[in-house]
Design a protein around this ligand. Sequence first.
Ligand code: Q46
Ligand code: ZN
Ligand code: ZN
Length: 319
Amino acid sequence: MKCRVCRGPAIIDLPRHNANFCAEHLQQLCRRQVEKAISDHSMIERGQRVLVAVSGGKDSLALWDMLVELGYEADGLYIALGIGDYSDQSREYTERFASERGLNLRVVSLRDDYGFDVPTASAATRRVPCSACGLTKRHLFDSAALEGAYDVVATGHNLDDEAAVLLGNTLHWDVEYLARQLPVLPARPGFPKKVKPLVRLTERETAAWCIVRNIDYIVEECPMAAGNRHLGYKDTLNRLEARSPGTKASFYLNFIERMAPLIADQRLSESGQLSRCSQCGAPTTEAVCAFCTLVSKSAAHAPVPVELLSRSGRKGKGA
Ligand code: Q46
Ligand code: ZN
Ligand code: ZN
């Protein structure tokens, strides 16, 4: 097996590119795909400060590594969600990555800083765990970005994630969600700009990046994700991809290029009438925002062990 570029020994075959690559040219390919995503969608300008949402998994650590390598000023934010051993280990991987590279990492602990964790919030609010978790993460990333005067929040959603969400939205013809499924969300009053620079890379490619770059990451998935629909869509797409390499990329990237512009006017109005939360100042349609409501219910609830809830998670990444 020879590298397509240098004809040296290859370490990975990528059927969607109909080629094999050595470690050096795999990195070149990944860098080019990320640079293309950033420039095609005007994600980050030179000199802007980026806050990377890091979870300790391969995608977010690869993203942080690539952004720094590409010369962006990128700090990390890790949220300790209190999901048992999974959270403890993912925090260790994240902290080790940051300290070995001398990068700035901010850690927010739901239990220490807000008096609750995701399993308890799920029980206290009767939301599925990923809903309570997603709401919490969105709020904390938004507020940390605004407080720290970051220009952009970057998340590690990859091609597999986005294609799976697209498949779900398409199967339900959820036009409003389809119209919003873009790799960039512009800043709005009270909300930072959000970008997904890995949308042109598969998870196999981000995992390979981590291996060749000596990045140790948590391999286990969040226990709350087990059996969710998102994983089912990924599995379906993987089977299509195995039969016809390139299907996943063409499904998602052609949607973004050809279809999304045609349905752009179906986007839900997100500006609406927003006031400020009386407790935290975040934009909200109510007197108190959904996050502050969740905090007050969850912090008053007795802690719920993760084992009680780990089978009820419904949604993975994208929450
Ligand atoms: S961490 Fe949170 Fe994910 Fe776990 S509880 Fe769900 S949303 S699956 S990316
Ligand atoms: Zn090569
Ligand atoms: Zn609030």
